[in-house]
Design a protein around this ligand. Structure first.
Ligand SMILES: Cc1cc2nc3c(=O)[nH]c(=O)nc-3n(C[C@H](O)[C@H](O)[C@H](O)COP(=O)(O)OP(=O)(O)OC[C@H]3O[C@@H](n4cnc5c(N)ncnc54)[C@H](O)[C@@H]3O)c2cc1C
Length: 306
């Protein structure tokens, strides 16, 4: 028997958790599926200073708070990864998981965050490059961070906390928030501007990264970890025959509903570059309410159009 729910929430990060709690308050029969760890991406962040109820908190501590709040809500997440969403019977949806399970829902809420972007020119070196949240080198290691945004500086500071030697290489002027730039400067983390990664290769236990500098000269650096933090993008999930990035381009209603009626998006997945915990929490609440309005319409005989 397939698992069925009125609303299936995919992802249990801040957006999915707030949506699940709100949906329960609204009396919607809800299920949550999570492929990794309840709490989502906040686990990777070094510090979160812009979530208003808390003055400053580590990503780990905030992840723990989200996890505990979710546990208290009594919602048991289904472990698994949704690979595709297809049109189901009576305008419902079939969610297909990587393990071949089929889940059925009347409405779907995507709270799946974004995936790290590996620019095309770096794909050949993909195996030698880590991404934010995916690497935890211990003290004493040499880390090179490639990127100049918030995530690059956050991760550089995280490795510096762990007593790693850290260097940042960015393609242009760093664009991270002032507080992160200031802290990196205070720590003496070298920031090399105008460097483009040209190649990366393993050499024994080390990775050798070759950059073309602003003067056109080549600089080769040896490190134990090379981490690329070059932005994020919406996952390529297939929904009723269409890809999520294309659906997002068509626009998202205030309720979070996409061009496919009955499918909602909350948090980072719909936020482009404006990714943050507070917006994810607020989106989760808005989308759960949007889903309720949609479900009421369906109950009253309006079957939605696709
Ligand atoms: C290094 C770093 C530093 C940051 N610093 C800050 C900061 O200082 N302040 C701030 O406000 N924000 C910060 N953020 C951003 C913040 O973590 C995100 O905005 C927030 O976690 C978004 O919540 P979300 O629920 O939308 O997505 P996520 O937290 O990414 O959660 C998505 C969840 O969905 C799951 N999932 C994805 N796909 C599937 C699937 N197909 N099937 C099942 N499950 C799936 C994932 O495993 C994940 O648990 C930082 C992020 C990073 C990476």
């Amino acid at each position: 028997m397939p698992v069925t729910a009125e609303l299936f929430i995919i992802g249990a990060g801040p957006a999915g958790i707030s949506a699940a709690i709100e949906a329960a308050r609204l009396g919607i029969s809800t299920a949550v599926i999570e492929k990794n760890r309840v709490g989502g991406t906040v686990w990777c962040a070094r510090r979160i200073d812009n979530f208003p109820p808390l003055s400053s908190i580590s990503g780990k501590a905030l992840g723990t708070m989200f996890q505990k709040r979710f546990d208290r809500a009594g919602i048991e997440p289904i472990p698994g990864e949704v690979k595709e969403i297809a049109a189901g019977i009576e305008c419902g949806f079939d969610l297909m998981t990587g393990a071949g399970q089929k889940l059925e829902a009347r409405a779907v809420l995507l709270a799946i965050g974004q995936v790290n972007r590996l620019p095309e020119e770096l794909v050949p070196f993909g195996g030698h490059i880590g991404s934010p949240g995916g690497m935890y080198p211990s003290g004493g290691n040499e880390v090179v961070v490639y990127g100049g945004g918030d995530a690059a500086f956050d991760q550089a500071l995280l490795f510096s906390d762990k007593k790693c030697g850290v260097r940042i290489f960015c393609r242009s002027v760093p664009k991270a928030k002032a507080a992160l730039l200031r802290e990196a400067r205070l720590r003496g983390i070298p920031v090399n501007e105008g460097f483009v990664l040209e190649s990366a290769a393993k050499s024994g236990a080390a990775t050798e990264a070759s950059f073309r500098g602003p003067d056109g000269n080549r600089t080769v650096v040896s490190c134990s970890c090379l981490l690329a933090a070059l932005g994020k993008t919406a996952p390529d999930l297939k929904i009723c025959g269409r890809f999520l990035p294309d659906l997002l381009k068509e626009g998202v209603r205030e309720s979070g509903e996409l061009a496919v009626r009955g499918v909602f998006a909350a948090g980072d997945v719909r936020r482009g570059r404006a990714r943050n915990v507070a917006a994810a929490v607020s989106d989760g609440i808005m989308s759960a309410n949007g889903a309720l309005a949609y479900l009421k319409g369906v109950r009253n005989g309006f079957m939605g159009d696709r």
